[in-house]
Structure formats: structure tokens, C-alpha cells
Design a protein around this ligand. Structure first.
Ligand code: ATP
Ligand code: MG
Length: 564
């Protein structure tokens, strides 16, 4: 087994990752009677991001692959930062990605009673004590890698006294932070997590599910492993930062004699040009650097959906990245490659002009409209054809015309010919300009014979331009996105805050674009390819009177080229 999995090419068969190998060995040895139970345990203190997507694709994926089940468990042990709106957003994201937890939606807070009973058991065994040191005093008592911690003066309190105080803590007799319950493990351990960790603290705060029932709340480490045991999780998959917590979870399992979940750690997903911490993403939202959690520039699942990403492309990305045991950084261009591949197959091609200039065909009759047939997707014949209105006045892209072109400019220039996509060959004859010298119209002639016969018989010219018919065109707003950060590792600078690397040009709004009339029918989040311009979708802000499109990704692929 190799340590690190090479990134495979999408669609290539791959070998088992190390987690699949463990699961297959467990199935072979008949461990837990062949039962496979995983869980995805988000803390509802923010929206899910692409890193979480990778984690739950693995949790749900392993269950699907081996006939097991995956639970959704909200790790809601902190009453202060959690919110039901996050719970709803998380549910929506996982469903949208195509996974289902059926009736197995759990909350760590469902286990507060059971965790309390576990705590009483530890106290009775002499393995936990009520400590009255303040947070500062606990910090001051901490040793180093080479020196043990100084024992708490309360460490050897008799069991009855611990029981009495802990019950009174729970009953609300003491103020916030006046006491904690701590495990009594090993002050000399090389693993800091084993040096009498805090299990409970006092917080007179309302919890979004348990209300005012509790004023003591379990620490994450005390709740997490036991929640796995309570649910009979056979394979508890989490990220590498939990490696040093594992001995503590195992100590709890042994002392409490509860179900032995096995924790297996894998490397977090890190993406270039992206930050992935919920706390920092929340800052971007709260400080108005983005328009919300679903801003199309955000790496959240809500943001990716609004940007035009599909569940299939995100799952393909997670699969392609694979499961590693060591931290690494994935090129964000790979994510863009995955969405391009997916949309290439399914997005209908349509014509839109983002920076329009008028083009007049002087030898085409005034008032005439022809309907020209064009294919919806050359990659998929079953998507059929449609009719495009063509008339004497069109719009083309302003930069598809140059009065004084360089060599090898195969677009339009005075005297040169281009084909209008699915329509005639035209030749530029003259231009009209305004007082500032800007071109206001390009006059052309068309070759009326250039559309006769089949595709094969038609005369060929070097350039093909996209266009829309001016009287039939619809106006639209188009939003173009660039990376939110202009540094590959915005979070990796010691001296500088990640916000210093925000890209001031990450959003460009083009208010007056022209799109073909068939787009009137487009619905929210529909995917399209604007010919020659990229993949786009319909933004939820779009209305019948004011259409709004987002560019999901341009057509230019940087990933496949680098990785050929
Ligand atoms: P963040 O640091 O972004 O706030 P978190 O780890 O605090 O994330 P949780 O809600 O606790 O967020 O995460 C739920 C699960 O998702 C955990 O099992 C965690 O290991 C996993 N996870 C979080 N971030 C990533 C990531 N970048 N790559 C893979 N898995 C991740
Ligand atoms: Mg966490």
C-alpha cells in the first residue's frame, strides 16, 4: 500500500484507497457482523464548504459502496455559535448532492442525558473530578513536552464530594466558569490531550434544541467519541487533526465499556486560492466582502450551486482528489476541469453577446426575418436543434472586430470574411463612429449563397463568430467571476491577514448584454454554454424583465493542459 494516492485522471479506474482497504478487511474478518455504519458530523455553526463535501462524499460513499448506512449527526455541543438556519442549510446541501440519511438525523444534544450518566460513571470510578481552577490557572499549570503539568489542587477530591459538586453544577447552583469537570488521566503524558482534559464547563446559555434544560455543556472531545459509540458507528472517518485525540476517545471507550468505534483519519482537502475555515468564511459574509454564504465566489456548497456547479461535478472532483494520509493542496483548476467536463455533456449551446456592437448587413432586406436551424449540443445529438432568428441588424462582440488587425486575426476586419455561426458568411465594408471615435455600427455584406447545401458543401472561411439578431435579442445582466483571492495560499502568510489577498476584481458586472430569445424560457439555475464564452447559469436574482446570468467557468482549461 502506498502512503499517498496520486491524483488519478477523472474516469480512470482506480485502486482501493486505504479506508476501503480497512473496510474490506473488517468485512472479511466478520468484525461487527459485517455491519458498516458511518456518519457525517457537522457542527451547525456555518455553511458547508467543498472540504465538507469531500468528507461527506466519503462518509456516504463508503456506506453506499459496502451496503452500510451513514448517519447525519449535528455536533451541536456549543450553545453559543449554533443556529437552526445552519441546520437547514446543511440538510439542503447534502440532499442536493444526492445523499440521504433517511430517518437517521441525530444531534449530539440528543445524548446530553446519556453523556451526563457517563460522567457520573467516571466520577464513581475515581476517573474524573470537579476542578475549581480558572481558565488562566489551568493554563498556568500546563507543562511542556518535557515537563508534566502541575496537578490541580482538586485532583484528589473524594468521589462523594465530586458527585455532589457535579450534580449541583448541573442543577445550576454555580456561575459560568466557576468549575469544570475534568478527567483524571495522566499529567505526564506526551499527548497533551491526556493531561486531565476538561469534560464539562458551566454555561448558563440557551441551546437551540435543549432550551434551558442544561447549564453544563460537554466539551467536543467528551461528546464526539461517545456519540459515535452510542450510534454504533463502526468506521468513524475524520480529518488528520483528530489523530492526537484518538487515544483520549479510546480511553473513554475503555473506561465506560461502550461500543468500540474505530476512528480513521484522512487529510483535509486544501484548495489553492481558497480559504476553508468556517470562521473566516463567516467574516467575509459579516464584513460584506461577499454578498452572503451563497455568493458565487464562495467555496460553500450554496455558493458553488449558485455559481452553476452540479452535484455530479463535485462528486467527480472528490473522487478524483482521492483520499490521502498526508496534507496536500489541490489545484483549484481541477475543480474547474470537473465542472467543464460535466457541463460539456449537458449544457445546451446558446448565443449571447457580452460586449455588443451593432452589425448591419446592407444587402439583406429590411424587415425580413429568417429562422436558421442550429444544433443544441454537438456532443449530444439527442438534445436536438432549434431555430435562431436572423435579420439585417445583429449584435456581435465588440472585440471580434478590429479596424487595424494584427496578422492572424481571424475575426472580422475591413475587407475580411467570417462566418456567422449557423448563418451566412459576411464581409466587413465600413464603420460608423461617434464624436469620440468609438465604433457605433459595422456595415457588412453577406454572401447569400454561403448557406446553401449541406454543411459539407458550404464554403469555408477561417473565423466563426457568435451573434444575436438585434430586434429579437433580449437584454441581460451577466456576472463574471474571478478567483476571490489573488494569492494561491491566502491563509498561509504569517505577517498578513488573509483578507489582504482578496481580489478586488473578483466580480465584474456587465449590465447590458444581448442574448438570443430562446433564453426567455430559461429557469433558475439552468446550465448553458454561451458559444465561445464559457458555461453560464441563470442566477436566482433573474426575473422575466431583468435576466441575470452567472459565468460558472470559462472554456479555457488550464488543468488538463498541465496534466497531460
Ligand atoms: P472548519 O475548520 O472549516 O470550520 P470544521 O472541521 O470545524 O471545519 P465541522 O463541521 O466540524 O467543521 O466538520 C464536519 C466534518 O467535515 C468533520 O468530520 C471534518 O473533519 C470534515 N471537514 C471539515 N473540513 C474539511 C476539509 N477541508 N476537508 C475534508 N474534510 C473536512
Ligand atoms: Mg470541527
Amino acid at each position: 500500500m502506498t502512503e499517498e494516492k496520486e491524483i488519478s485522471k477523472p474516469d480512470e479506474p482506480r485502486s482501493l484507497n486505504f479506508i476501503e482497504q480497512i473496510v474490506e478487511e473488517d468485512l472479511k474478518s466478520g468484525k461487527h457482523g459485517g455491519r458498516i455504519q458511518t456518519r457525517f458530523p457537522p457542527e451547525p455553526n456555518g455553511y458547508l464548504h467543498i472540504g465538507h463535501a469531500k468528507a461527506f462524499c466519503l462518509d456516504f460513499g463508503i456506506a453506499e459502496e459496502y451496503g452500510g448506512k451513514c448517519n447525519l449527526r449535528f455536533d451541536d455541543t456549543n450553545p453559543i455559535t449554533e443556529d437552526t438556519s445552519y441546520v437547514d442549510a446543511i440538510r439542503k446541501d447534502i440532499h442536493w448532492m444526492g445523499f440521504d440519511w433517511e430517518d437517521r438525523e441525530f444531534y449530539a444534544s440528543d445524548y446530553f442525558d446519556q453523556l451526563y450518566e457517563f460522567a457520573l460513571k467516571l466520577i464513581e470510578k475515581g476517573k474524573a473530578f470537579v476542578c475549581q481552577l480558572s481558565a488562566d490557572e489551568v493554563n498556568a499549570s500546563r507543562g511542556t513536552d518535557f515537563e508534566p503539568d502541575i496537578p490541580s489542587p482538586y485532583r484528589n477530591r473524594p468521589v462523594v464530594e465530586n458527585l455532589d459538586l457535579f450534580i449541583r453544577m448541573k442543577n445550576g447552583e454555580f456561575p459560568n466558569d466557576s468549575m469544570t469537570l475534568r478527567a483524571k488521566i495522566d499529567l505526564d503524558s506526551t499527548n497533551m490531550h491526556m493531561r486531565d482534559p476538561i469534560l464539562y464547563r458551566i454555561r448558563h446559555a440557551r441551546h437551540h434544541r435543549t432550551g434551558d434544560k442544561w447549564c453544563i455543556y460537554p466539551m467536543y472531545d467528551w461528546a464526539h467519541g461517545q456519540s459515535d459509540s452510542i450510534e454504533g458507528i463502526t468506521h468513524s472517518l475524520c480529518t488528520l487533526e483528530f489523530v492526537p485525540h484518538r487515544p483520549l476517545y479510546e480511553w473513554f471507550i475503555n473506561e465506560l465499556e461502550i461500543f468500540p468505534s474505530r476512528q480513521i483519519e484522512f487529510a483535509r482537502l486544501n484548495l489553492s486560492y481558497t480559504i476553508m475555515s468556517k470562521r473566516k468564511l463567516l467574516q467575509l459574509v459579516n464584513e460584506g466582502h461577499v454578498k452572503g454564504w451563497d455568493d458565487p465566489r464562495m467555496p460553500t456548497i450554496h455558493g458553488l450551486r449558485r455559481r452553476g456547479y452540479t452535484p455530479g461535478s463535485i462528486r467527480q472532483f472528490a473522487e478524483t482528489v482521492g483520499i490521502a494520509k498526508r496534507e496536500n493542496v489541490i489545484d483549484v483548476a481541477l475543480l474547474e476541469f470537473c465542472i467543464r467536463e460535466d457541463l460539456n455533456k449537458q449544457a445546451p449551446r446558446v448565443m449571447a453577446v457580452l460586449n455588443p456592437v451593432k452589425l448591419v448587413i446592407d444587402n439583406y432586406p429590411e424587415g425580413k426575418t429568417e429562422y436558421l436551424e442550429t444544433v443544441n449540443n454537438p456532443e449530444d445529438e439527442s438534445m436536438g436543434t432549434r431555430l435562431l432568428p436572423f435579420s439585417r441588424e445583429l449584435y456581435i462582440e465588440r472585440d471580434d472586430f478590429m479596424e487595424d488587425p494584427p496578422k492572424k486575426f481571424f475575426r472580422l476586419s475591413p475587407g475580411s470574411e467570417v462566418r456567422l455561426k449557423s448563418a451566412y458568411i459576411i464581409k466587413a465594408e465600413s464603420v460608423e463612429k461617434n464624436a469620440d471615435g468609438n465604433i457605433t455600427a459595422i456595415h457588412c455584406t453577406c454572401d447569400p449563397e454561403s448557406l446553401s447545401g449541406g454543411e459539407e458543401a458550404r464554403r469555408k472561411v477561417k473565423g466563426t463568430l457568435h451573434w444575436v439578431s438585434a430586434p429579437h435579442a433580449l437584454s441581460a445582466e451577466v456576472r463574471l467571476y474571478d478567483r476571490l483571492f489573488n494569492d494561491p495560499d491566502p491563509d498561509g502568510h504569517k505577517e498578513q491577514n488573509f483578507k489582504e489577498f482578496l481580489n478586488p476584481d473578483s466580480l465584474t458586472v456587465l449590465p447590458d448584454c444581448k442574448v438570443e430569445p430562446s433564453l426567455k424560457e430559461a429557469k433558475e439555475l439552468d446550465h448553458l454554454q454561451f458559444t465561445r464564452l464559457g458555461y453560464f447559469n441563470v442566477d436566482p436574482d433573474s426575473t422575466a424583465d431583468h435576466m441575470v446570468f452567472n459565468r460558472t467557468v470559462s472554456l479555457k482549461d488550464t488543468w488538463a493542459k498541465q496534466n497531460q
